[in-house]
Unconditional design. Structure first.
Length: 391
């Protein structure tokens, strides 16, 4: 890390707001390239390269949909990060497009990009040219399958951690994301030799950017190589665990941030990330994995429709049967009193109730058969099954 010692250190102290130009990497004519922007660029490139390797060499699925997604996803990530930064108060709405002034919140970039991906991949992967040849587990014959969106989730989302690793080094050159004053002399020597820009306003500070960068890199390796090898994992687990991990990491480091980099609303958002990660992970193991041999949206809608209609029909049938029994009891009383006109009226009502009950019973039988047919229709055959890493 000798190249880091070329930036100002304790022998050449500077104020964090001095604006001495040391955050500038180089110039191309009149264009100024900042270290932060350069590291963000490296982060995007590294994340894309490792995602492509995972899709192409490991999962062996088409990479083209991901390339097209990058053309939309990168601008969306930057827009979302800026939007979320304005929401947090780190940037001003009236200077939304002035990115040189700083203010990009990774949570917003991830959320906006994930929403885009939830629309893009199910849409594009329907095209026949992106379907792949697989082997049937029953007949061992070739079948054509459509690739699941969750395959791309597992390949792409963990690589965000690699992008964040590089992005945090951009914070270092901007002298951002540091913690309280550091009084440990032995660690100060490490900062003097390796991270001299953590000498701010005449004091050494905890390099929170460094802690988060190392934690993100370590967990990226765990997700990319380690958890991938667990046989019992479900498709989508790697992407879901990312949200749980990053929420826990941010919640742990947030109290240590310097006051100018602390936003109270962040505790709420990170708490939501943790809660969403836990809930979706449980759903993935308890429910979603059981619906993967079905067309999930139509199948769930059919279950809701059938439950509502069947419950209504059964309630009406019980009410008709109860009314019929009351009419029969009344008819027995009337017959003993020999009231012919009332007896006839009750007999007609009983006949009508019997007809209504018969029609309702037929309707329930027909709806049960329709539900059974719809359930089979929305259940994918062997050839229609999605490609879930052959699991």
């Amino acid at each position: 890390m000798n190249w880091l010692t070329t930036v100002p250190g304790p022998d050449n102290p500077f104020d964090v707001l001095a604006g001495d130009g040391s955050e500038i990497a180089f110039h191309i004519g009149s264009l100024t390239i900042a270290w932060y922007g350069l590291f963000v660029f490296f982060g995007f490139v590294a994340a894309i390269i490792f995602a492509v390797i995972k899709l192409w060499k490991w999962y062996k699925v088409p990479v083209d949909p991901f390339y097209w997604f990058c053309l939309m996803g990168i601008p969306m990530a930057i827009f979302g990060a800026r939007f979320w930064s304005c929401c947090l108060g780190d940037a001003k709405w009236n200077s939304f497009w002035e990115f040189k002034g700083g203010g990009l919140a990774i949570e917003g970039g991830v959320m906006f990009t994930v929403l885009l991906a939830c629309w893009w991949f199910p849409f594009i992967l329907k095209r026949p040219k992106y379907q792949i040849r697989d082997l049937s587990k029953d007949t061992n014959k070739p079948v054509i399958r459509r690739v699941s969106m969750w395959v791309y989730v597992d390949a792409v989302v963990p690589c965000i951690l690699l992008g964040q690793f590089f992005g945090r080094w951009g914070n270092y050159f901007n002298q951002e994301l540091y913690g309280p004053t550091l009084n440990n002399d032995s660690f100060c020597w490490f900062l003097r030799d390796c991270l001299p820009r953590m000498y701010i306003n005449g004091e050494w500070h905890h390099p929170l950017f460094f802690y988060e960068a190392l934690a993100n890199l370590a967990f990226f390796l765990i997700l990319y190589f380690g958890i991938e090898m667990i046989p019992s994992r479900k498709a989508g687990d790697l992407g879901i665990v990312y949200f749980l991990w990053y929420g826990i990491l941010r919640m742990s480091l947030e109290p240590l941030r310097a006051s100018q980099y602390t936003f109270h609303v962040t505790y709420i958002t990170t708490g939501l990330w943790i809660a969403a990660g836990i809930i979706i992970l449980l759903l993935n193991h308890l429910l979603i994995c059981k619906l993967r041999n079905k067309s999930p949206y139509y199948f769930v809608w059919e279950q809701i429709r059938y439950s509502r209609v069947n419950r209504s029909n059964i309630t009406r049938l019980k009410a008709k049967n109860h009314s019929l029994q009351n009419k029969k009891d009344s008819l027995a009383d009337v017959s003993r009193q020999s009231n012919a006109s009332e007896y006839k009226q009750l007999s007609d009502e009983i006949t009508q109730l019997n007809n209504d009950i018969f029609n309702l019973q037929n309707k329930i039988v027909i709806d049960n058969k329709t539900h059974e047919l719809n359930t089979k229709k929305f259940t994918r055959t062997e050839e229609q099954m999605l490609y879930y890493l052959n699991k």
